[in-house]
Design a protein around this ligand. Structure first.
Ligand SMILES: [Zn+2]
Length: 411
């Protein structure tokens, strides 16, 4: 791998449906695993250090004779060697492959993200077309990334494909911090200079109420036809229409706001600080501010778009545990009580402030203290550790195929 700029690697794991019969693909996976095992068996007892050149000389032509393409052959012996190396370094026994899986180099597949069709080149000149099953928003993120390798797995009667995507990022050195607070009525952005001065404060309305209206309509219809709404065409259609409106409103809004906020963050060269919604579940108090009737999906969608657009502009995005951000005083840490509608007051020091601004201010504080604890900026936060490299020569490759390394992005 080239040094210098940080690289972000992420895997997209999706189910894949072969078009037509899946016999050929299964045949390929069996052949592939047998070949890996064969190489493992033969090099297990060799004492000499095996260079790539030597491996190539030992196995290449034999693998090609078995029907593999040039890059299949290379993947087979690279994979076999990494299995042997890691088994030896753990003092383990000779590896035995039990699962049907194969790594495929970019020269041996064609991936079309628009039609979600993957064409794999198999042994003996065969080809198979696979339809990838994934929601659009999960795939959307990887547009503009390059993909260089994938893993195909047969598991529980289904085929799974993990595509490894890579993107070089040139992070902008942050000059300000933009804290973003999401709540039912609005999205509040607060930009702070590095000395803590508030540079900009802006609020965007959310269409939450509109979305909620459609949801209430759906529930009303379902209550009116509790048993039959699924079966009466007109009723079902009405529900579908409301559902569609909800989806449209939320996606349109999220895209627009994501773009707007990221543009503004770019202008101020901000590091973008968001609340970590995953931390929210254990955190009921804060949860009150998010309307339970709607759930968190809409907030996640907005965050997804902000993060996506910000990263597109090479801005750093950080998520912070929002615990306490709306209940503690940003000046003294005391407990805040409601003074009047949307205005909070500190019992200890009498600090008074707007609820949303306080939340953003606290988010900024938390970010600063976290940052000063864990050091420098400019590191790709989700870049994998070196030993997690999926195609690398380090680490346990078998683990890389199956492990939790996969970063999924469900909304
Ligand atoms: Zn206070």
């Amino acid at each position: 791998m080239r040094g210098g700029e940080p690289v972000v690697i992420e895997a997209l794991k999706v189910r894949a449906l072969p078009e037509g019969s899946c016999d050929r693909l299964l045949e390929f996976l069996r052949l592939y695993c047998d070949a890996v095992q064969m190489v493992v068996d033969r090099i297990w007892n060799l004492d000499t250090k095996l260079s790539w050149k030597k491996l190539h000389r030992l196995f290449y032509s034999e693998l090609v004779r078995l029907g593999f393409r040039a890059h299949h052959a290379k993947e087979v012996y690279v994979y076999a060697k990494s299995l042997v190396d890691s088994a030896r370094s753990n003092g383990g026994r000779k590896p035995v492959l039990r699962r049907l899986s194969a790594r495929v180099d970019k020269y041996d597949y064609r991936l079309d993200l628009d039609s979600m069709v993957l064409t794999l080149k198999l042994h003996c000149g065969h080809e198979v077309r696979l339809r990838l099953v994934a929601p659009k928003e999960r795939v959307e993120k990887f547009r503009g990334w390059s993909n260089y390798e994938l893993a195909v797995k047969y598991e529980g009667g289904e085929f799974w494909v993990s595509v490894y995507f890579r993107r070089t990022i040139k992070p902008v050195k942050p000059r300000t911090v933009m804290a973003i607070d999401l709540n039912f009525d609005n999205v509040t952005i607060a930009v702070f200079a590095l000395d803590g001065r508030l540079v900009k404060l802006k609020r965007f309305k959310t269409p939450h109420r509109k979305i909620l209206t459609h949801k209430i309509w759906i529930e009303r219809i379902q209550r009116r036809y509790p048993r039959s709404w699924r079966f009466i065409k007109g009723v079902r259609r009405a529900i579908e229409r409301h559902g569609e409106r909800m989806r449209n409103i939320s996606w349109n809004y999220s895209h627009k706001i994501g773009d707007l906020i990221a543009e503004s963050a770019l202008k101020y060269q901000s590091v973008v600080v968001l609340e970590d919604l995953d931390e929210l579940r254990e955190n009921n108090k804060r949860g009150k501010r998010f309307n339970k009737k709607l759930g968190l999906w809409f907030y996640r969608r907005i965050q997804f778009c902000i993060e996506y657009e910000a990263k597109e502009r090479n801005l750093e995005v950080v998520k912070i545990n929002p615990k306490g951000t709306s209940s503690k005083c940003p000046r003294c840490g005391g407990k805040l009580v409601e003074n009047k509608y949307r205005v909070l007051r500190c019992r200890k020091c009498n600090f008074i402030g707007d609820r949303d601004v306080i939340a953003a201010l606290n988010l900024y504080r938390k970010y600063v203290s976290k940052r000063s604890r864990c050091g420098a900026s400019g590191v790709a936060l989700n870049a994998p550790k070196p030993d997690e490299s999926p195609s690398g020569m380090q680490g346990n490759q078998d683990e890389a195929v199956t492990s939790s390394y996969i970063n999924s992005y469900e909304s």
